[in-house]
Design a protein around this ligand. Structure first.
Ligand code: ASP
Length: 319
């Protein structure tokens, strides 16, 4: 048994030709956040604190689709959502946030300070003010890149995780040669300490050009986020597909009821979701890590107590 941590910055159609000026800042952020998480685990911080800390850092980075850098609704607004859970099954979730700088911390406050699990829209914003969390004018979250992404999504009449996703008639070659902007993604972190305590956290701006009021998988416990005594999971991809397949809970259920290993359970769930729709990160109570995806790529990083560490985007044959 040893500590382990994994984080993701979103799965999707990430072109293999991703320009380095778009790739490097994201890899740098993943590396920095991984170090922050590893240091926290080494200094015996509880996994719940570790995943919150790492996701806050990712939310503050404009290169990912969470907090600052959240993608825009069809009306050009932000509606952020997040959830957090630990191995004792305590959990909290928020949706429809427009001014909260770190949605993941508000999700944790819902878990710790209310009799509920999930607060959304006006109620969640009011709760944020009562709790005194940092808020800011919504314009802080809206980057020029996301205004452009929304414009392109509208022109293509699509709701999407990535506007470079090929149209149905595009060939694989066209996908690989796509030179548009990169996928930006939802963020998540899972961690386990060397006593087997686990936690998971996920945060997002949702999908580009989503309807106002749309809620995805990220704040839905059992879909985008789950943790129990066996494992912790954070998913990314098309929220509607992830909710239909109860992705995060299914990984835990396959371990619990079928006795599968973390790797087998995670791979089996990802295979069961239509291709191009999902990626996940997971850790088990004994310190294993799994990071499967059925999209072109997934920004991801992990480290374990035995010295293994990885930062990748595509499958190993492309990284
Ligand atoms: N799962 C998120 C959603 O559908 C998007 C993502 O993972 O990039 O809201």
């Amino acid at each position: 048994m040893g500590w382990a941590i994994a984080l993701h910055g979103g799965a999707g159609d990430i072109p293999l030709s991703l320009p380095s000026d778009r790739r490097q800042p994201r890899e740098e952020t993943l590396r920095r956040c991984l170090q922050i998480g590893v240091q926290a685990l080494k200094s015996q911080k509880p996994p719940l604190d570790v995943v919150e800390l790492v996701v806050r850092e990712l939310e503050n980075c404009p290169h990912f689709n969470a907090g600052r850098g959240s993608v825009l609704t069809t009306k050009g607004t932000v509606e952020m959502e997040a959830s957090i859970m630990d191995s004792t099954k305590r959990c909290g979730a928020v949706s429809g946030l427009t001014t909260v700088v770190n949605p993941i911390s508000l999700a944790r406050l819902v878990m710790e300070k209310t009799p509920h699990i999930y607060l959304a829209f006006d109620g969640a914003e009011t709760f944020a003010r009562e709790q005194g969390v940092e808020t800011i004018d919504s314009s802080y979250f809206i980057t020029p890149q996301n205004i452009e992404r929304l414009q392109q999504a509208k022109e293509a009449n699509r709701v999407q995780i990535d506007y470079t996703q090929p149209l149905p008639q595009a060939t694989e070659q066209e996908t690989e040669n796509s030179n548009g902007d990169s996928q930006i993604g939802t963020v998540g972190c899972v961690a386990v300490d060397n006593h087997g305590n686990l936690a998971s956290a996920t945060s997002t701006g949702g999908l580009v050009n989503k309807m106002v009021g749309r809620i995805g998988d990220t704040p839905v416990i059992g879909a985008g986020t789950y943790a129990n005594h066996l494992c912790a999971i954070s998913a990314t991809g098309k929220g509607e597909a992830i909710i239909r397949s109860t992705v995060a809970r299914d990984v835990a259920a396959l371990m619990e009821f079928k006795g599968l290993s973390l790797e087998e359970a995670a791979a089996s769930v990802v295979e069961s979701v239509p291709k191009g729709n999902v990626g996940l990160i997971a850790v088990s109570a004994s310190g294993e890590v799994a990071m499967p995806f059925n999209t072109t790529g997934m920004f991801r990083a992990c480290a374990t107590e035995d010295g293994y560490s990885e930062i990748s985007i595509w499958s190993s044959k492309h990284d």
